[in-house]
Design a binder for this molecule. Sequence first.
Ligand code: FES
Length: 105
Amino acid sequence: MAKIKLATLSDIPEGGMIERSHEGRAVLLARIDGEVFAMDNICNHMGACLHEGEVGREGKYMVTCPWHEAHFDVRTGKVEQDIAWAEDNDAFAVEIDGGDVLVEM
Ligand code: FES
């Protein structure tokens, strides 16, 4: 796996999410308490862009899909519901090097 620079730290607002892409794959970057997390940005239920949803509403690390409210743990990409209509997404390791956000993909 390679570490790909997808953003600089200042691109991601604290408590917010942005989208970046690498080789056609949309990646969500979220910043929570100064820490950056990365996972697939496309909800595998019906294709919503997860960065347009909410982070923190259902728990500190939970991203809520804007269309039908599946909840993904941004640390793992896993759906956190008993009866889930979406499946787990992939999450990626993140390293901060200076101000660069490097994502292992
Ligand atoms: S598109 Fe995300 S829950 Fe339906």
